[in-house]
Design a protein around this ligand. Structure first.
Ligand code: PEP
Ligand code: MG
Length: 883
């Protein structure tokens, strides 16, 4: 009690480690100041102040305003200037008020520039700079920003007036307006505010400062900021800091400029100059993509000294942070200032290249490099690309702002994109320019196309961060938002028409192009190979064909953790035989059907064992939800009725009736909880027996032909009782023994089970008596453990649960740690209590999910198994789980 918390930090008090209190921007500004890099002076209102304000429903903590005022006083002393100027309005201090979250959220939150300018100070500022035009330009910018950001006036209210004035003057660029024009605009903007708000904007700069800080606090909780945080897994309770800094002016004339640059190319990772600038402009002109900026290389000609200094600063910052930096700068009358540095958002390809290059450059260790890459970035690189053989002419070309291929239907606004994309339709969002308010549409779109804006516009930065293909600044397209059309030359496209973007080249095609599987490059190989040196968990693949098995091996799988044999049964040449097997009325009929299937199965297994020579392959015996193999009950009934009514062929009717009777007999209300897994095999042991024979014959044939075969592991699905496994194991072992005896040879075959029912997890100690290994089937364990149907969950209540944050994520995508994860833990512990050496795998979809892999590492499981294209992600995530 009595101890007052301080919420304010002068810039010289901070450093890069104080990120959670000062936000990323504040901490890095303080760090730059420590390093002797020129940054404008200022102070930071901490995240703690924002959090305290949010917690009390918008009320500022008691001493906050006093603290702000004393920080301001110190800043006034240091700069020798005062907010609002002296008695004559001279020597005014102008401020920028900028958000600064702990985790950067480019463009999502608010900024107010030029605070401190007003009727009393504008003339003095113009005189001081010997540039009245600049002072009036700053004033109109302030009115516009304050009105929009703090008072909530709709942006177009000011923008429309600006556009109208430009057209009255017959000019295109803001910079072509005269001082007199800008004076007029200031008065017009005041009128706009009065009209929109019914009152004047506050004129006391201290009131404005208070309003601006509050507005930045509030911008933490805008819908777009929340959407962005959800998409990027950023907690909602971090709050933002507020950086109050002395303004430096990039709009002070032709020796002033503002720009954004990256220390490496954020699209490719290449070590090259990458950035954009605008002469005589302020920061928001560049990032908002309102004026299309010039490339950084051109700065050498116009501002040579500042350019050299910028290059040196870029090198220094990268060396200091040991990571690629994204930098905002301003040149005021030839002097360079840094306004921000942060680790740059980059594409997946760039992330890998930068990580690998920095290891070669001796900047990072391999392990540090692994921490610079996210599993989702590997995932992006495993997505399809445009078929290079397409031979089509592009419709138009823009800037290659974020690589990757996007194919989808054109939509012209973010709400439609959010709605249609959210429902699963592939859409491409086409906008004149995107603003941060489009974020909810960008997230679900396949890609983004804009007519306007540069490589560092928010559209581009956000898209790259999310791995969304983006073509920006395609100035050859004309968009009519009212009519919902896009026109290029004489071709016009409407909403719903197909379009393809190539974000790597900037090309846009007026049709849907074919995609091809991804190409894995050397950077990718290097990173996952480093991961292999670190990880403990094994990584296998789920594969049902020789082709998939070969692909999985190529991607680094160390075996097959799940071969689902029912998928082989579904092939069209097998389905009739499989149906005969299921529907057989007599043992002879069933035996005949099985005879027919056996060689087909053997052929399949031979292909897989050949592809996986020398590595283990877990073959799971038939797990058939019967309804997947039989005609639909309703359709079959209708067929019978139709035949009855039309007096059709008597034989056909008889066959249809028999089939209907059989379907009725086998019909189950809940087939997922029905005669699935080993339950069918318990009723008809001749099925697992046939499969076992096919497996053994295939292994022997491959060994004979290739000199080596795969390690054979036979797995029994959907076991709930140890008696089931005991019985099935006996069937399998008998068939193996008979096959080996008749072949006069030996083969190691192990027999294990899936743990995919809660009962199995609970009695895992009993089940382990009969098992050589367990594999957790986390799909069914989620279905039965939580009690949510796998097949119906997606669109239904589960989607609403995730949307409304009843639960944090879909448990079929990432394992429910506490519940289903608890069952896995129980199963593992109890299984190992019987057999300490029991091998434990996971073969549900969660085996390829980075967060779930973290849990499986914690539980000390032996391996995960996932679909072939997720194998590299699993290898990588398994390494990250131990780092
Ligand atoms: C599982 O249930 O997790 C599993 C791997 O088996 P399937 O998805 O084939 O039911
Ligand atoms: Mg299952």
């Amino acid at each position: 009690a009595g101890q007052e918390q301080t919420y304010l930090y002068d810039m010289s008090e901070g450093n890069a480690q104080m990120r959670s209190l000062l936000g990323g921007k504040g901490a890095n500004l303080a760090e730059m100041k420590r390093l002797g890099i020129p940054v404008p002076d200022g102070f930071t209102v901490s995240t703690a102040a924002c959090i305290a304000t949010m917690e009390s429903g918008g009320e500022w903590p008691e001493n906050l305003w006093e603290d702000v005022l004393s920080s301001l006083e110190r800043l006034e002393e240091r700069t020798g200037r005062s907010l609002g100027g002296d008695a004559e309005g001279r020597n005014p201090l102008l401020l920028s008020v900028r958000s600064g979250a702990v985790v950067s959220m480019p463009g999502m939150m608010d900024t107010i520039l030029n605070l401190g300018i007003g009727d009393d100070t504008v003339e003095a500022l113009g005189a001081e700079a010997d540039n009245p035009r600049f002072a009036w330009d700053s004033y109109r910018r302030f009115l516009q920003m304050y009105g929009e950001v703090v008072e909530g006036v709709a942006p177009h209210a000011y923008e429309d007036e600006l556009t109208a004035l430009k057209s009255r003057r017959g000019v295109e660029q803001d910079t072509e307006l005269s001082t007199e024009d800008l004076k007029e605009l200031v008065e017009t903007f005041k009128d706009v505010s009065r009209r929109e708000l019914g009152r004047d904007l506050p004129t006391d700069p201290r009131d404005q400062l208070r309003g601006a800080i509050s507005a930045v606090f509030d911008s933490w909780d805008t819908p777009r900021a929340r959407v962005y945080r959800r998409a990027n897994d950023i907690p909602d309770d971090l709050g933002t800091a507020v950086n109050v800094m002395q303004m430096v002016f990039g709009n002070r004339g032709d020796t002033s400029a503002t720009g954004v640059c990256f220390t490496r190319n954020p699209s490719t990772g290449g070590k090259e100059l990458y950035g954009e600038f605008l002469l005589n402009a302020q920061g928001e002109d560049v990032v908002a993509g309102i004026r299309t900026p010039k490339s950084l290389a051109e700065m050498e000609q116009v501002l040579p000294e500042a350019y050299e200094q910028l290059l040196q600063t870029m090198r220094d910052l990268e060396a200091h942070y040991k990571d690629m930096q994204d930098i905002e700068f301003t040149v005021e009358d030839g002097t360079l200032y840094l306004l921000q540095t942060r680790n740059g958002k980059r594409t997946a390809a760039a992330a890998l290249r930068v990580a690998r290059d920095m290891v070669s450059e001796g900047v990072l260790t391999q392990e540090e490099a692994l921490e610079r890459v996210e599993p989702s970035q590997l995932d992006q690189l495993l997505h399809p690309a445009i078929d290079p053989e397409h031979g089509k002419e592009p419709l138009v070309k823009g800037l290659p702002a974020s690589p990757g291929a996007a194919v989808g239907e054109i939509v012209f606004d973010a709400d439609t994109a959010a709605q249609r994309g959210g429902a699963g339709d592939p859409v491409v969002l086409v906008r004149y320019e995107t603003t941060p308010d489009d974020i909810h549409g960008v997230i679900v779109a396949q890609g983004v196309l804009t007519a306007h804006g540069g490589m560092t516009s928010h559209a581009a930065v956000v898209a790259r961060g999310m791995g969304k293909p983006c073509v920006a600044g395609a100035s050859g397209i004309r968009i009519n938002t009212a009519e919902k059309t896009l026109t290029v030359g004489d071709r016009t496209f409407s909403e719903g028409d197909q379009i393809t973007l190539d974000g790597s080249t900037g090309e846009v095609y007026g049709e849907a192009l074919e995609l091809v599987p991804p190409q894995i490059n050397e950077d990718f190989e290097a990173i996952v190979t480093w991961a292999d040196e670190v990880r403990r968990l094994g990584v296998r693949a789920n594969a049902d064909t020789g082709e998939d098995a070969a692909k999985a091996r190529e991607l680094g799988a160390e075996g097959i953790g799940l071969c689902r044999t029912e998928h082989m049964f579904m092939a069209s040449d097998r389905l009739p035989a499989v149906r005969r097997m299921i529907l057989a009325d007599t043992e002879e009929e069933r035996a005949a059907a099985l005879e027919e299937i056996l060689p087909m199965q053997q052929e399949d297994f031979e292909a897989i064992f050949t592809a996986m020579k020398g590595l283990p392959v877990t073959v799971r015996l038939l797990d058939p939800p019967l309804h997947e193999f039989l005609p639909d009950l309703v359709e079959q009934s209708l067929l019978v009725q139709r035949l009855e009514l039309t007096d059709g062929d008597a034989d056909e009717l008889a066959r249809a009736r028999t089939l209907l009777a059989q379907v009725k007999r086998l019909h189950e209300q809940n087939p997922m909880l029905g005669t699935r897994g080993c339950r069918l095999a318990m009723l008809y042991p001749e099925i697992p027996e046939m499969q076992t024979r096919a497996i053994v014959r295939a292994a022997l044939a491959v060994r004979e032909r290739e000199g080596e075969t795969a390690g054979v592991e036979i797995m029994i699905p959907l076991v709930a009782y140890s008696a089931e496994l005991e019985a099935q194991r006996a069937v399998v072992e008998r068939a193996v023994a008979e096959e080996l005896e008749s072949a006069g040879t030996d083969l190691d075959v192990t027999v294990g089970t899936m743990i995919e029912l809660p009962r199995a997890a609970v009695v895992a100690d009993q089940i382990a008596e009969h098992a050589d290994f367990f594999s957790f089937g986390t799909n069914d364990l989620t279905q039965t453990g939580i009690g949510i149907s796998r097949d119906d969950a997606e669109g239904g209540f589960l989607g609403a649960y995730v949307r409304d944050e009843v639960i944090p994520y879909n448990p079929f995508e990432s394992i429910d740690r506490d519940g289903v994860g608890g069952l896995v833990r129980l199963g593992a512990e109890r299984g190992r209590s019987t057999k300490p050496e029991l091998k434990l795998g996971v073969c549900g979809e969660h085996g390829g999910d980075p967060a779930s892999i973290g849990l499986f590492e914690e539980l000390g499981l032996s391996y995960v198994s996932c679909s072939p294209y997720r194998v590299p992600i699993a290898r990588f995530s398994a390494a990250r789980a131990v780092l």
